[in-house]
Design a protein around this ligand. Structure first.
Ligand code: ZN
Length: 141
């Protein structure tokens, strides 16, 4: 499948049917993210256990790309170790900067299509930047 088609199909599917949407209470991590340029707002919740992401949910509103990226992210990180999650965040951010992604990005390769729309890159990275911030705050406690 061409990347353009994959991009459209995956983004539209996650936008129409967001995965892991909702609040998580109680939670170990609750972090807010915003992309004022586009009006995207996001709340991200995580529960961690034994160094892994046991549960993850998100709430928010904004453009299809930001919401789809958040939905895809929750699927990608659930059950992963924190080291794996941080590696994935780095890979995703690198990919959005124009680096060639490795296999670890999996289905997230679809987000590569966003690079053609530079003003939307921040929409796609918003959930990932928020996730990193939440993990940093958690680690600093
Ligand atoms: Zn946006």
């Amino acid at each position: 499948m061409a990347l353009d088609d994959l991009y459209r199909e995956v983004i539209l599917d996650h936008h129409a049917h967001p995965r892991n949407r909702g609040r998580l209470e109680p939670n170990d991590v609750a972090v807010e993210g915003a992309n004022p340029l586009c009006g995207d707002e996001l709340m991200l919740y995580l529960n961690l256990r034994d160094g892994r992401v046991e549960e993850v949910r998100f709430e928010g509103h904004g453009c299809a790309i930001s919401q789809a990226s958040a939905s895809m992210m929750t699927e990608a990180i659930k059950g992963r170790t924190l080291d794996e999650v941080r590696a994935l965040v780095a890979a995703l951010k690198g990919m959005m900067r124009g680096e060639e992604p490795g296999e670890e990005v999996g289905d997230l390769i679809a987000l590569q299509g966003v690079r053609k729309f530079p003003v939307r890159v921040k929409c796609a990275t918003l959930p990932w930047v928020s996730l990193e911030q939440g993990l940093d705050e958690y680690a600093a406690r």
